[in-house]
Design a protein around this ligand. Structure first.
Ligand code: UDX
Ligand code: ADP
Length: 463
């Protein structure tokens, strides 16, 4: 089968950037990205590509180059499915909030809905590609739905997990460490794998394209994220020890990172990891391990999450303790709300949990984030259901610029590593704050000596 048309269900952080890059690298393919969310599709189609719903360095120019030529965004899910030979599923798979596996297992209702829709619409053979991170053996469920509810056409299911990190999505997609494609070991399965390999081969060297069976591919994605998150929890566990002993975590990280067997990446102590993947994927891994009765394995990985929750809690506690054991009625300014720099994504951001703790202590929270607005901040807090939306709105306010946000503040908490924070006029900020002026650097990005010279009481993670 010659591939000429592909579609992607889900126009989110994964689907949008991935399809934009495939469109750029494969001008011979027509690519349609569909989503149920009309507002999101309208934003992707906004005349000004700076207004697309996802902020990601370099994305807007790739979209400007390809949109309307071979890249299309639409709400017509059925038409796109019918036309395409390859269908990517890139919908959200949040952690279940109800029933069996609540708080741990992945909620597959969106995936199932997609599978049923594909089964209903497809009139010829299709290759269905799992792009969302899915627990091991999801492909089996998709296959069963497709085979039993479809119109008698043949489906091949591939697993092709996305390893892009937000904030560097475009360069990760252009220059991936590897592309992983899992499929059936049958001749038809191998043919489907080859069809997808041929697409990536337009810009990725063959030796970086890895093919495996479906289950290995699914598990590799969970495992990659678990290993990365484990490194952060390990360094964060040591950051607490450094604070007690007078060692400096940055020096420790540098010293161990120079051991090439360990390597320097993912050793930055922080207020805790966030994002849509790490927590969810580890919980998934834990759930799968438990369901096979592997309790030690489950507990081992769960500890990575426990450590991360502890790191966030510890940071909030430290602010309260340092501010003379009370923050009631005090103004605390957050610099950064996104879960990391260069993205407008806030899912599982440490800032949300720290704000929640501090609002419990009756602090007033002011926020400045270059890419996150007040509406999103309040929605994140409301989602926790700790208190009413009205109370959240009363305690939290976001600002258009950092200087207004810091005016009259008792303390500043740096929660995202946005590079622009380093270049602020910190003297001006100091002058506008209550004294003593506290800075809690949850990302270790500011210069301690300079901050102390200005007069700040400065505390960083792990030193
Ligand atoms: C991650 C994986 O890196 C990616 O391969 C996968 O496809 C999806 O999940 P992402 O969530 O976008 O990507 O961001 P990542 O850069 O991995 O950071 C995750 C969190 O860890 C962020 O909150 C980040 O600030 C934090 N982090 C990262 C640290 O605290 N210290 C570090 O050294 C690195
Ligand atoms: P990710 O980070 O995995 O890309 P997002 O939440 O950013 O996750 O994107 C997932 C998108 O999938 C959302 O825009 C959501 O509206 C869309 N979606 C979920 N279910 C369906 C469905 N059945 N059909 C079309 N789009 C869907």
């Amino acid at each position: 089968m010659e591939i000429t048309k592909i579609c992607c269900i889900g126009a989110g952080y994964v689907g949008g950037p991935t399809m934009a890059v495939i469109a750029q690298k494969c001008p011979h393919l027509k690519i349609t990205v569909v989503d149920l969310n009309q507002e999101r599709i309208d934003a992707w189609n906004d005349e000004n590509t700076d207004n697309i719903p996802i902020f990601e360095p370099g994305l807007s120019s790739v979209v400007a180059e390809t949109r309307g030529k071979n890249l299309f965004f639409s709400n017509d899910v059925e038409k796109a499915i019918e036309e395409a030979q390859i269908i990517f599923i890139s919908v959200n798979t949040p952690t279940k909030t109800y029933g069996k596996g609540k708080g741990m297992a992945a909620d597959l209702k969106y995936i199932e809905l997609c599978a049923r829709q594909i089964a209903k619409v497809a009139k010829d053979n299709k290759i269905v590609v799992e792009k969302s991170t899915l627990p091991v053996r999801t492909a089996e469920a998709i296959k069963s739905i497709l085979d039993n509810t479809g119109n008698g056409v043949q489906f091949q299911i591939l697993s092709n997990p996305e390893f892009l990190a937000e904030g560097t999505a475009i360069s990760d997609l252009l220059n991936p460490d590897r592309i992983l494609i899992g499929g059936d070991q049958t001749p038809e399965g191998q043919k489907a794998i080859q069809a997808l390999v041929d697409i990536y081969a337009n810009w990725v060297p063959q030796d970086k394209i890895l093919t495996t069976n479906v289950w290995s591919s699914e598990l590799s994605k969970l495992t990659a994220n678990a290993f990365l998150a484990q490194r952060i929890s390990s360094i964060n566990a040591l950051s607490e020890l450094c604070e007690k002993t007078g060692a400096d975590i940055n020096e420790v990280a540098r010293a161990i990172g120079m051991d090439t067997r360990i390597g320097s990446k993912f050793l930055k102590a922080s207020v805790g990891f966030g994002g849509s993947c790490f927590k969810k994927d580890i919980l998934n891994l834990v759930y799968i391990a438990k369901s096979y009765g592997l309790n030690e394995t489950a507990d081992y990985w769960e500890q990575v999450i426990i450590m991360n929750d502890h790191q966030k809690k510890r940071f909030a506690d430290k602010i309260v303790k340092t501010l003379y054991n009370t923050v009631a009625g005090k103004k605390i300014t957050f610099l950064g709300w996104a879960f990391k720099k260069d993205t407008n994504d806030t899912r599982e951001s440490a800032a949300i949990y720290i704000a929640d703790d501090l609002i419990n202590e009756q602090a007033g929270i002011c926020v400045y984030d270059p890419k996150v607005n007040q509406k999103k901040i309040l929605a994140d807090l409301d989602y926790l259901e700790t208190r009413s939306a009205a109370e959240n709105a009363k305690s939290t306010k976001s600002f258009e610029n950092p200087y207004d946000a810091c005016q009259g503040a008792h303390a500043i908490a740096v929660l995202t590593e946005w590079e622009e924070f380093v270049d602020y006029d910190w003297q001006r900020i100091y002058d506008a704050m209550q004294k003593p002026a506290f800075v809690f650097d949850g990302r270790n990005i500011l210069n301690k000596t300079e901050m102390q010279k200005i007069g700040f009481v400065y505390q960083a993670i792990g030193s």
